[in-house]
Design a protein around this ligand. Structure first.
Ligand SMILES: [Zn+2]
Length: 75
């Protein structure tokens, strides 16, 4: 997954991470932001969680965010 970049940043405490999709002329690109307040283990889980969103292409899903989060394999 060389089209995914991970960055750590200060984000709201209840949010472990999030990802956004950018459509570029040479293909899709993803940026996942992981909370800098998480422990290394929690950050690792957050990375796996965001990778799952990319793998499932949840960014174009017809389901609500709540439904998508409920089906996630990695929490
Ligand atoms: Zn999620």
């Amino acid at each position: 997954m060389d089209n995914v970049r991970f960055v750590r940043a200060k984000i709201p405490a209840r949010t472990h991470g999030f990802a956004v999709k950018s459509c570029q002329p040479d293909g899709d690109f993803y940026t996942a932001v992981i909370s800098e307040d998480l422990s290394d283990e929690a950050a690792y889980r957050a990375v796996l969680h965001e990778i799952e969103h990319v793998r499932e292409d949840d960014f174009t899903s017809e389901y609500s965010v709540g439904e998508i989060e409920n089906k996630m394999k990695v929490r």
